[in-house]
Design a protein around this ligand. Structure first.
Ligand SMILES: NC(=O)C1=CN([C@@H]2O[C@H](COP(=O)(O)OP(=O)(O)OC[C@H]3O[C@@H](n4cnc5c(N)ncnc54)[C@H](O)[C@@H]3O)[C@@H](O)[C@H]2O)C=CC1
Ligand SMILES: O=C(O)C(=O)Cc1ccc(O)cc1
Length: 361
């Protein structure tokens, strides 16, 4: 691929453009708000000048509700050899294009499974898609040359291509992204009017559960409007679980011992099923999940602390698989949790202690 045109230069479009530009592809940037394209160009994602002739690949990164319009317009004016979009839903845009009677052989619906809570070009990074799945939904009619262009894009972004049927994709993302997003929002919504004294106690658990609730509601209204059926089906099952759980908790309040036992069984059941689902979440690089052991180190909130811990871990010959930081409420201090291979945990603990670090037992 030598040239590309990104239409919609927000978070996703600009991130893809940065990755392509970094690999020597000439990238043109367009947005219905020219200021966004100018910003993306200023960040080094390409040029906001209109291409002279057809480019190799058009990448449409506008909100889902606009994708079919933007694609249809680009296809009608013969803007490229191949066309893709990156919208978070895949069935709707394809059907809309079909209804317009367009030749869909040069089109592939795609979806990079990577994002951030922030929108716009200023939130973009060229490494956003690294190691993440990038779903491609070609059909039997898709032009092979276009599939190759899409695969080249995925490879330039260092993402992992995953081929799926468009509707199967929409059911899958309802399960792993859209439904969890709403549940996160509903948990976070409980905090809106909560007392300050309660909110101050927030720890890592609620931070994890509510992180994605910080996202831009406009984008999520678009996403959910394009995939309402599968999400509503999943929330119906979720509501049944909620009802069961409330019933079990009420039973735990009973003075009757049998009822309390039943309540306890009900709660144990939901927690056990949660464990069984959680272990299916893929580990890093999309591999099968691995059980790591956590070594927790106390740090002061000062420059250079993390760099020193990492250097000391290297001296101990231990590979850090993952890392998270828990900030202590109201103190300039925190806890760094280093996830390591279980066999390496005692080695790391001893190595860090030797170099003066305080390790949580
Ligand atoms: N935000 C995320 O985490 C992810 C989003 N996506 C998908 O990527 C697409 C873009 O999302 P973001 O980059 O997050 O949004 P964004 O809000 O950061 O950027 C969207 C851009 O599209 C432009 N735009 C809107 N209507 C347009 C039109 N008719 N023609 C040209 N440009 C138009 C906007 O001005 C804006 O610059 C969406 O379809 C979304 O579903 C895919 C994966 C992850
Ligand atoms: O939901 C997730 O897993 C995210 O991390 C962010 C995200 C949001 C929207 C998408 O279309 C894809 C990914």
């Amino acid at each position: 691929m030598r040239t590309a045109l990104v239409i919609g230069t927000g978070l996703i479009g600009t991130s893809a453009a940065l990755a392509l530009s970094g690999r020597g592809v000439v990238v043109h940037l367009a947005d219905h708000d020219p200021e966004q394209a100018r910003t993306a160009a200023a960040l080094g994602a390409g040029t906001d000048e209109t291409p002279d002739g057809p480019v190799d690949l058009v990448i449409v990164a506008a909100p889902p509700a606009h994708v079919a319009d933007v694609l249809a317009d680009a296809m009608r004016r013969g803007a490229a050899r191949g066309y893709i979009d990156v919208a978070s839903v895949k069935g709707g845009p394809r059907r809309e294009l079909q209804e317009r009677g367009l030749d869909l052989t040069p089109y592939i619906g795609t979806h990079p499974m990577s994002g951030r809570e922030r929108s716009g070009p200023l939130a973009a990074t060229g490494d956003l898609f690294e190691g993440r799945p990038w779903v491609l939904t070609p059909t039997g009619d898709t032009d092979t040359e276009v599939l190759n262009l899409a695969l080249e894009l995925v490879s330039h972004c260092r993402a992992v291509p995953v081929v799926m049927d468009a509707d199967a994709h929409d059911r899958a993302v309802a399960l792993v992204s859209h439904m969890p997003h709403l549940v996160s929002s509903m948990v976070a919504a409980r905090l809106e009017h909560a007392e300050e004294a309660a909110v101050r106690l927030c720890g890592q658990g609620i931070r994890d559960v509510t992180r994605i609730a910080a996202s831009d509601p406009r984008m999520w209204i678009d996403i959910l409007s394009a995939n309402p059926g599968p999400v509503a089906d999943l929330l119906t099952d979720f509501a049944a679980d909620l009802e069961e759980t409330v019933r079990a908790l009420r039973a735990l309040q009973s003075s009757d011992e049998d009822e309390r036992r039943e309540g306890s069984t009900g709660i144990a059941d939901v927690l056990r099923r949660g464990n069984a689902g959680q272990v299916r979440v893929p580990g890093k690089h999309g591999s099968a999940p691995r059980a790591y052991e956590s070594v927790t180190v106390f740090i002061d909130d000062q420059p250079g602390q993390l760099a020193r811990i990492f250097a000391d871990a290297e001296r101990a010959g231990v590979n850090i698989e993952d890392v998270r930081i828990e900030h202590a409420t109201g103190q300039q201090a925190g806890l760094v949790q280093l996830a390591v291979d279980p066999k390496a945990a005692p080695v790391l603990t001893a190595g860090l202690r030797e170099r003066g670090w305080a390790i949580r037992q």
